[in-house]
Design a protein around this ligand. Sequence first.
Ligand SMILES: [Zn+2]
Length: 104
Amino acid sequence: MPPRDPIRPGDAPLRCDHCGRPVSETRHTRTSYAVDYYSLHSGNGEVCWLSAEDGQRSIAYVKLLDRFDITTCAECYTRPSIRAEREERFHPERAPSPAAADDA
Ligand SMILES: [Zn+2]
């Protein structure tokens, strides 16, 4: 039987992207839990169209161009400016496009 791999140290601790504090997993007890961080997975995308085989129908989908993950510790999550930044990154399609601004 081959020797087992030596115990390796764990991955680098996950850190808050805003203040840099190391964060830990949610701790559960019998009666409660404590959340230490929130993860946001998002990215930039563009709307694309896919035609059906009959050439009559098409469906729209969002093609992911890049992705990003944001970790926010529980303390930073309470700050309105950080909540707003997270919301903006979660809905990048809401931002007006430069072309739309030129039309105005
Ligand atoms: Zn933080």
